[in-house]
Structures are given as structure tokens and as C-alpha cells.
Write a protein that binds this ligand. Sequence first.
Ligand SMILES: *Cc1c(COP(=O)(O)O)cnc(C)c1O
Length: 403
Amino acid sequence: MDYQTKLADALRSVKDEGRYRVFADILRHRGDFPRATFHTPEGARDIVVWCSNDYLGMGQHPIVLDAMHRAIDECGAGSGGTRNISGTTHYHVDLEAELADLHQKEASLLFTSGYAANDATLSTLARVLGDCVIISDAMNHASMIEGIKRGGGPKRLWKHNDLAHLEQLLKDIDPEQPKIVAFESVYSMDGDIAPIGEICDLAHKYGALTYLDEVHAVGLYGPRGGGIAERDGVLDKVDIIEGTLAKGFGVMGGYIAGSSVLVDVVRSYAPGFIFSTSLAPVLVAGVLASVRHLKTSNVEREQHQERAATLRAKLAAAGLPVMMCESHIVPVMVGDPVICKQVTDDLLNDHDIYVQPINYPTVPRGTERLRFTPCPVHTDEMMDDLVRALDQVWTRRKIRRAA
Ligand SMILES: *Cc1c(COP(=O)(O)O)cnc(C)c1O
């Protein structure tokens, strides 16, 4: 067996499809985000980051950093174990109570990432409930798809945000069979938002549980940062909420919130939870400070929405094909994987602007795009620089403008 050739072939096929990922080697500047240093073989230079999911800049917030410094001084670096074997620190217990309260649920459970939370929870529920059908929105994130696959039960794909199609699928399933409707609130590539209340009402009418990924909404929406379900006043209609601690909250980790029994089942059955070392207390302490701050402060959320609306308006005024959506995501359509990569290379090399190209399989072929995530820390001047740079690149590469 020629392993080397076989492995190299696998890489070549990724490259041939234009899906080979090159990571930008950067270092964010503490207290001066979105500025960062970009490291290249030719040396280092300063850039402005336009594609971070640290949406509110909480990963740089003094309250968060202070809490992390204090935690490391108090209890050291790692947790030292799985949750069951010495890895449940008081920080973990406090944060789970804080997150349950945030979503008005009886309990919550921490994971090392949002990915692990989706994967472990969906696969475990499918197995424990037995022959459980999962009805999954067609645009669901890879971590949900993977969890559903690993659960090994039947699955139905439901047309993105299409209530009529969802009802048709629900009607066709045996009323006695367990079912879960799994979906997201803010879809992070198109920036559209699900009608959570209506989806939950339909699901409950047909006896299904509702599972909502609020990864791109927690911290960012709702009067206390509880996400779109909180904003829409429908928290009680969602049976299981899943979130990340790495995006809006700016640190790391993931979680679910739901009824005590449901959370206890995942805690007791999910191998991905049980057999993995718990989050480092320093991370949990940072998250705790971030969640608590955003429960009472709306300043970051208001600035965030204002910045997104301003950037969208500036791009549209320049005739650039910005996608209009009701969330904080600002996608600009390119529609070709090779040109998309060229555009981002031009921006980085000629304008010190960093945005990652979004290509298949993250988005459907033919809809390759740039995805900007303006934060409260992006200034008007940075936005004007960005629009000017895009305008030049669009002309140089002869890319289609807005209709
Ligand atoms: C990023 C993301 C996740 C995974 O969260 P991490 O904490 O980064 O592992 C889950 N769902 C969606 C929709 C995401 O975009």
C-alpha cells in the first residue's frame, strides 16, 4: 500500500475542487481589535480583520480579561479532569446556572465547543428516544448534520425555513413515533432568521420536540442576550436551546439548555460529554463575566446592529452586491470560487484587509461570497477604506455589480 500517494490524491481532489483551505496566520492586538498582525514568510504587517465571529469584541473586553487573569491566579491552568473525575469546578457550576437562567430553562450543560454540544446532544437524543425521526432544516450547520448522522435514526430534510414543507413532513410521520425538529435561529451565511414561534407551534401540534441552534444569536439578540427566541418572546416554545460561548460571548465552549430530565439524560449518556476533559476554569471564568455583563448591558448589542446597518448602506451606495438581510451578517455575493479567492487575496495583499472567501461546501456552488462581520470596534474610517478597496477590486476583476 502506497499510503503517501493515496493521501496526496485525497488532497489533490480537494485542491482541484477549489476547496483547499489556507489559514491566515494572525495575532489580534489586545485592546486594539479589529487590528491584528499578519505573519507571512516575507515578514509581519498590520491588517484589519473583517471576518471574526467575536461579534461584540467581548474577547477583548476588560471585564472578561480581568476575570480570566483572576481565575488563573486563583486555580491555575487546566481543569485536570472530566466533569465526573475532578473536573467540575465551581466556575462550571455557576456558569451552568447562569445559562439556564439566560434561557429560562431548568438546566444547562457545558461542552468544550458548540460543535461538540450539537453532535453529542442530537446523537444521544436520537439513540435514547429510539427510532426517533429528526427533521432537519436544509441549511443546518455541519455539527448538527454530523450528530444526526451519528444518532443512526431516520432523518428528513426540510426545505429551508419552509413552514408548509415542514408540516407536510410532520403529517407523514407516525404520530406515535418520537420526532425532533432541528433548526437554527440566525443562519450565518445568508444572515436570515427563522420564524421560531411558528416552527415550534407546528412541531408541537404534531408532537415533536424542538431543537434550536442559537449560536449566531446568543449574546447578540434579546434584552438579556438570550438570542432570537428571547427577542421574539418564545423561549418557552423551544425545548432545547444550543449555543456557543466562542462567538458573541467571545471566549470558548458550547452548551445546551432545557428541562432537567433532558439535560440529565445527555449528561448521563453522551460519550462526547462524559469522556472529555472539561473546559479550563480560566475559560469558564471569562465566559461567566461575559454572559453576566451582556445580561445587563445593551450598549454592545445596539452598536453591533448600528455598525452592520451602516456597512450595508455604504456597500449598497457603492453599487456592490451586498445581500440585504435582517441580521448582523453582511454577505457580498461574488458567485465564483476562483474569483472569490482572488478578491480576498487582493484585499489582503494590496489593502491590508482580511476577509476569508466563503466557498462550497459552506455555501452552495455559484453563491461563493465574502462574509463581513462588522463589530462595535469597526470605525467609519475602516468601513470607508473597505468600501474603497472593494470598489477597486471589483473594477479590476470585472465582477458583476448590484442590479
Ligand atoms: C460555529 C457554529 C457552531 C459550532 O460552535 P463552536 O463553538 O465554534 O464549535 C455550531 N452551529 C453553528 C450554526 C455555527 O456556526
